[in-house]
Design a protein around this ligand. Structure first.
Ligand SMILES: Nc1ncnc2c1ncn2[C@@H]1O[C@H](COP(=O)(O)OP(=O)(O)OP(=O)(O)O)[C@@H](O)[C@H]1O
Ligand SMILES: [Mg+2]
Length: 236
């Protein structure tokens, strides 16, 4: 059971696909109290590309996980496609997530006992029937992992695992894609190819993209740039 149920209802314009208000995440480590994310407000419109930059440890991943409904805030609200994420029953939230949201994790989170192909198709299975049977082949080709589909994660390089994680995040053609340093393990050329693919997919699906990146040149291609410092989010 979630802690933050409230009956407060607010009107979110249909175009504001992602809204967070007063979002905070605190951690206690012994005597110290860290506000990894401190009172963040954010509104992203449908189809926008928002980039989040900031130093290591500033709270970017923590924020992204909460925005995607993967981690519960200490306080505050997240509305995705008009739904109050942390006011939904767990089951409804996980269905909503698997159908609407794609997430590329900073550390891939591939299941070690499954091959690349099985990892990608698992996401599709969880979301229900396969609507796009050929999309896996297309994605694998575009991401240059078509010759790696039957390998286990331990048999792939970091960059290859990252591209499998990208395919897994895109396989359900999500309305909103969160990407946490998706180019962190790629060389310059592969990184450029991946960004191009993400931007093409975004245009094709009218997808909203929220990306954490260390790369200023990637951030400059976003519609909006946010910086995170000591848990505090500001728009540039
Ligand atoms: N589970 C946890 N328990 C305690 N502290 C945590 C936990 N997760 C994150 N933190 C702390 O919260 C702060 C923000 O971490 P976060 O991973 O969000 O940073 P980040 O901006 O993504 O950093 P990086 O660029 O290195 O990925 C850090 O001080 C981190 O140590
Ligand atoms: Mg991080």
């Amino acid at each position: 059971m979630r802690k933050h149920r409230s009956t407060e209802k607010i009107d979110i314009p249909a175009d504001d696909v992602l809204v967070c208000r007063a979002l905070t995440k605190s951690y206690f480590q012994g005597e110290t109290h860290i506000k990894a994310v401190n009172d963040c407000y954010l509104t992203v419109k449908k189809g926008e590309f928002a980039a989040i930059i900031g130093e290591s440890g500033s709270g970017k991943s923590t924020l992204l996980h909460m925005l995607a409904g993967l981690d519960e805030p200490s306080s505050g609200k997240v509305y995705l496609a008009g739904k109050d994420l942390f006011d939904m029953p767990d089951r409804e939230l996980s269905d909503f997530r698997s159908q609407k949201i794609g997430f590329i994790f900073q550390s891939f989170h591939l299941l070690p006992v499954l091959t690349a192909k099985e990892n990608i198709l698992l996401a599709q299975k969880i979301a229900g029937a396969s609507h796009y049977p050929r999309y896996l082949d297309e994605l694998a080709k575009m991401l240059k992992i078509d010759d790696r589909l039957h390998h286990l994660p331990s048999e792939m390089s970091g960059g290859q695992q990252q591209r499998v994680a990208v395919a897994r995040a895109l396989i359900n053609r999500p309305a909103i894609l969160f990407a946490d340093e998706p180019t962190g393990n790629l060389d310059e050329e592969s990184s450029e190819e991946l960004i191009r693919l993400l931007l093409e997919t975004r245009a094709e699906l009218s997808q909203t993209l929220v990306m954490v990146t260390h790369d200023k040149r990637i951030a400059e291609r976003a519609d909006r740039i946010f910086t995170m410092k000591n848990g505090v989010l500001r728009e540039m």
